[in-house]
Structure formats: structure tokens, C-alpha cells
Design a protein around this ligand. Structure first.
Ligand code: ADE
Length: 289
């Protein structure tokens, strides 16, 4: 159909189409700018791998929390809390993606899992960049890869479970309403604490399947995060859409390798994936000039 712009109706229709296109463009731009801060962005800063993390994306992959004695941490409202010594960022770090064009992808790292092609991303890219910058060495990667087979013998997802026990109220006083009994679940959690931060492996029931899955979280204390100019972030509430930075350098290279090891013990699948990723990184290293 051709718009006849010579008459009033045609011109009005044309104006409407132009207005709609402009509105759509404005909305998509505004939305893009609005969510860019939520991306985990990887950069290099001198001899370090620098990770930019969102501070206010409370339901995303990076969540600000208050430390609690049970280790899980308590979610908080970052713009209404003076973020300081008691607080940390819980980062559900990823290492792969289905999309070749996703942020932080290493296209050379490609592997097949359950018939699906995966590309290395995030942790994979951090390892590639860390190796290129000399934060870690080829020997570190070789050592981690050689350790995988031993670690795969007793992975947590396969070995551990969530248990449910009947726990009568007798000693607690009070009675339950007619016909109800009391049950308590025990969920194991695994922590590797270091001076740089800690790594947590949580067992969670699978969302659309039976059994549990081991989730790996990197926990970064607020006192270790930096602002864009590389200085420690002073305690204070988060600004809207604030981002902060964390650097992996030679000083905390062990913490980066601890993340690989956490995946290696989390489950057989993660262990296998780490094998694929470390193998491809070593191939990339030997084929580069
Ligand atoms: N797969 C990719 N990243 C993961 C993570 N952090 N925990 C569990 N499974 C994952």
C-alpha cells in the first residue's frame, strides 16, 4: 500500500508514522541506557583484570547483601543503607553463554554441552585476560586442569543432599494446630574464605526438574570494591545505578583460581565444562604468535 501524502489524511498518517518511529527509537534508547549499568563489564586496568559490577540491581546476578552468621547474607535496599564493613556483593558468576554476541564472550572458546553449542564468557574471559596480562601463568592453567580429574571424584551436587527431618515441638512449648507435624530442612553450604573475599557453593532444588543444583557465588566485601578512579569506595549509600569495580591482579590471582576450583567441585557438569574451557585457553595460548 502506498501512502498518498498529497492530501490532508495522507500527511496526518505520515506524521503519525514518523511520531511512532521516533517514540519507539527514544524508548529503546532510554531503556538501553537504563539497563547498561546492570551489565557485568570486563576491562583491563594496567596489569589487572577489572570487573565493573552494578551496586543497585537487587534482583540481578550481583546482589548487595548484609553479612549474617549463617553465611547466606540478608538482601538490603542499597540506596537506603550505608554500605560498608558489614556488607558484600554476592555475584552469581557465569562462565558460558549460548549467544555468540553476548557481552564478555570469548568466541574461540566453544564447546558442546548436551548437544548445545556454548561459548566461553565472563569467568572464561577473565581467565583469558588474566593470562594475557600475566596475572596468572600457563602453568597455573595446566595445574588447575590436571587437578580436575581428582576433584570430579566427589562433586557436591552428586554427593550432598538436602535432608528433611521430623522435628517434634516437644521441647519448644506450645502445640501445633490439630493434625500438623513439624519438619525441618537441612541445606548444606560450602564456603572458601580468603582475605580477598569468599566463594560460596549453595545447593538449591532445581527449578524445572528433580534433584538439586550447586550454585557458585563469588562474594566481595564492600571494603574491597573501588570507584571508577581506582580508589577504595568510601562507605555510604548507593547512588541510583551506581557501579563499582573489583580488580584481579597478581596479589589476588589465587582468588581467581579458587573460582575455577569451586566450579570443579560443585558438580560433574561444571567440572567437565571447566576442563573444556581450560583446554581451549591452553590451545589459544599455543596457537597465538
Ligand atoms: N552455571 C554458570 N554459572 C553458574 C553459577 N554461578 N552457579 C551455578 N551454575 C552456573
Amino acid at each position: 500500500m502506498k501512502l498518498n501524502t498529497n492530501n490532508g489524511l495522507g500527511r496526518a498518517a505520515l506524521r503519525l508514522v514518523v511520531a511512532l518511529v521516533l517514540t519507539f527509537t527514544w524508548i529503546t534508547r532510554a531503556y538501553g541506557a537504563d539497563t547498561e549499568y546492570k551489565l557485568v563489564r570486563l576491562e583491563t586496568a594496567g596489569q589487572a583484570v577489572r570487573v565493573r559490577l552494578p551496586l543497585t540491581d537487587v534482583s540481578g546476578k550481583v546482589r548487595p547483601k548484609e553479612r549474617t552468621p549463617d553465611g547466606y547474607g540478608e538482601p538490603l535496599a542499597p540506596t537506603k543503607t550505608v554500605l560498608g564493613e558489614k556488607h558484600f556483593l554476592e555475584w552469581q558468576i557465569g562462565y558460558d553463554t549460548r549467544e555468540a554476541d553476548a557481552p564478555n564472550v570469548v568466541k574461540e572458546i566453544q564447546f558442546v554441552r548436551k548437544g548445545e553449542t556454548k561459548f566461553g564468557a565472563e569467568l572464561s574471559k577473565m581467565l583469558v585476560d588474566a593470562l594475557r596480562l600475566g596475572v596468572i601463568s600457563t602453568n597455573d592453567i595446566l595445574r588447575e586442569r590436571d587437578r580436575l580429574a581428582k576433584l570430579s571424584e566427589a562433586t557436591l551436587e552428586e554427593r550432598e543432599g538436602i535432608t528433611t527431618e521430623k522435628t517434634p515441638l516437644e521441647n519448644k512449648g506450645g502445640a501445633l494446630p490439630d493434625g500438623f507435624t513439624r519438619w525441618t530442612q537441612k541445606v548444606p553450604q560450602f564456603l572458601r574464605e580468603t582475605e580477598h573475599g569468599w566463594i560460596q557453593i549453595q545447593l538449591k532444588p532445581r527449578q524445572r526438574a528433580v534433584g538439586n543444583q550447586a550454585m557458585v557465588y563469588v562474594c566481595i566485601p564492600m571494603k574491597r570494591v573501588l570507584t571508577a578512579d581506582g580508589k577504595p569506595r568510601a562507605p555510604g549509600p548507593a547512588k541510583t545505578k551506581e557501579t563499582v569495580f573489583y580488580e584481579f591482579s597478581r596479589a589476588n590471582a589465587g582468588f581467581l583460581l579458587d573460582i575455577v576450583r569451586a566450579f570443579a567441585i560443585a558438580s560433574k557438569q561444571h567440572n567437565e565444562d571447566m576442563g573444556q574451557i581450560l583446554g581451549k585457553i591452553l590451545e589459544m595460548k599455543t596457537s597465538s604468535p
